[in-house]
Design a protein around this ligand. Structure first.
Ligand code: TYD
Length: 138
């Protein structure tokens, strides 16, 4: 996985009655969950995202269907396929993300470490490259 990303597997309490997955902040994900949002009804061929965050950390889960997530730093790039509601993609600081190939009925749920703050977004790729090159230079 690229820098500042990882897959997290959650316990799936499954049986004849179906599946139940519980996610506890600071335990199953490495932050306190301050916000939850979900994305549904994305038409085929639409790509969303195209941004990074300076401070926000997130875990993305696809609760139904399938969606692809392209994650990038200036040095690395990877595409993660989410199609298992018991697996989440953690995205840490300063990772660029694009979400695409939503299947019909796909539900993408996001757990977030911060409230919504537009100033935390970097939406311009040139600005992102400049800040990220500095951030990842150790
Ligand atoms: P945005 O994060 O740009 O969506 P995506 O990256 O998936 O394309 O958000 C889309 C709109 O929703 C934008 O106008 C901001 C608003 N929004 C909120 O008001 N609160 C939130 O928690 C989020 C994630 C977005």
């Amino acid at each position: 996985m690229i820098t500042n990303t990882k897959m997290i597997s959650f316990q799936d309490h499954s049986g004849e009655l179906g599946h139940l997955v519980a996610i506890e902040g600071n335990r199953d994900v490495p932050f306190e969950i301050k916000r939850v949002y979900y994305i549904t009804g994305v038409p085929e061929h639409v790509t969303r995202g195209f941004h990074s965050h300076r401070k926000l950390e997130q875990v993305l889960l696809c609760l139904n269907g399938e969606v692809k997530i392209r994650v990038k730093t200036p040095q690395e790039e990877e595409t993660v396929v989410l199609n298992d509601p018991s697996k989440g993609l953690f995205i840490g600081h300063m990772v660029w993300r694009e979400m695409f190939d939503f299947t019909p009925g796909a539900v993408l749920m996001v757990l977030a470490s911060e409230y919504y703050i537009e100033d935390d977004y970097i939406r311009d790729y040139g600005q992102y490259s400049a800040e990220a090159n500095n951030f990842f230079k150790e």
